[in-house]
Ligand binder design. Structure first.
Ligand code: HEC
Ligand code: HEC
Length: 196
C-alpha cells in the first residue's frame, strides 16, 4: 500500500514535470499546427461548420478521435488527419486541449427560438447534457456556445445514423422530429448558441 502510494506519487511527479517540460511543449506544438488552421490554436474554431472543443475532457476528445478513425463518425476531412496520428500523439493532444479554455462562439441567435429551444432541451436533452450543455461531467461534449451550423449538422448525422451514439439520444432526437418537427432542431441550435 505504502509502496503503491509512493510509486503513484513518483509517477505523478514525473508526468507533471513532463507536461510542463519544453519537450512536451515542442511535441504538442508540432501536432497542434496540423489542426490549428481549422480548430484554432486552442481548439476554438472560427468557422461555423467546424466544432470548438478547447477545454473539453480528455475522455471525450479521445472518444471522438477514435470514432473518426474507426468509422463511428464519418468525416473525410478528419479521417485524413486522425489516420496520421499515433496513440501517443492522441494522448498528448488530449492533454493539451483539456488544458485550454472553451470559448463560446461569437454568433447571432434569435431569442424567441432560443426560448423555445430551452423548453425542448429541458424535456428531451437535459438528463444527459447537464447545466444547459455547459459542462460535461459524462464526457459527452460541450453544446453551449457551439457553432449553430455544426450543431445542426451533427444532429442530422446522428438521426441519419452516419454518426453512432448512445441509442437513447437518437430516440430523443426522433421524438423531437415527430413531436415538434424539423424546426425543433433549429430551436435547439439557437438555444445552445444563446448559452454562454
Ligand atoms: C481541414 C479542417 C480540419 C483539420 C485540419 C482538422 N479538423 Fe477536426 N474537425 C473538422 C471538421 C469539419 C469536424 C466535424 C466533422 C463531423 O461532421 O463530424 C471536426 C471534428 C473534430 C473533433 C470533434 C469535436 C466535437 O465537438 O465532437 C475533434 C476532437 C477534432 N476535430 C480534432 C482535430 C485534431 C486534433 C486535428 C489535428 C490533428 C484536427 N481536428 C484537424 C475539420 C478539421
Ligand atoms: C442518453 C443520453 C443522451 C441524451 C438524452 C441526449 N444526448 Fe446528446 N450526446 C450523448 C452522447 C453520449 C454524446 C457523445 C457524442 C457521440 O457519441 O458522438 C452526445 C453528443 C451530442 C452532440 C454532439 C456534440 C459535439 O460536439 O459533436 C449533440 C449536438 C447532442 N448530443 C445533442 C443532443 C440533443 C439536442 C439532445 C436532446 C434532443 C440530446 N443530445 C440528448 C448523449 C445524450
Amino acid at each position: 500500500m505504502i509502496k503503491a502510494t509512493v510509486k503513484y506519487a513518483v509517477l505523478a511527479t514525473i508526468s507533471f514535470a513532463f507536461l510542463h517540460s519544453p519537450v512536451f511543449a515542442q511535441e504538442v506544438e508540432a501536432l497542434v499546427k496540423q489542426c490549428a488552421m481549422c480548430h484554432g490554436k486552442d481548439g476554438n474554431s472560427k468557422s461555423s461548420s467546424i466544432p470548438s472543443f478547447g477545454g473539453s475532457s480528455e475522455k471525450y476528445f479521445k472518444y471522438t478521435m477514435d470514432a473518426y478513425k474507426n468509422g463511428g463518425r464519418k468525416s473525410d476531412m478528419m479521417k485524413r488527419f486522425v489516420d496520421n496520428l499515433t496513440a501517443e500523439d492522441v494522448d498528448k493532444l488530449a492533454t493539451y486541449y483539456a488544458q485550454q479554455e472553451y470559448i463560446p462562439a461569437d454568433q447571432e441567435f434569435d431569442p424567441q427560438l432560443a426560448q423555445q429551444g430551452q423548453e425542448l432541451h429541458e424535456t428531451y436533452c437535459a438528463k444527459c447534457h447537464d447545466n444547459n450543455g455547459r459542462v460535461d461531467p459524462h464526457n459527452y461534449g460541450i453544446l453551449a456556445g457551439q457553432w449553430m451550423p455544426y450543431l445542426k449538422l451533427s444532429m442530422k448525422e446522428y438521426l441519419e445514423g452516419t454518426r453512432r451514439v448512445n441509442p437513447m439520444m437518437v430516440k430523443k432526437l426522433k421524438r423531437v422530429q415527430s413531436e415538434v418537427g424539423e424546426e425543433g432542431f433549429e430551436q435547439l441550435a439557437h438555444f445552445y448558441a444563446s448559452v454562454k
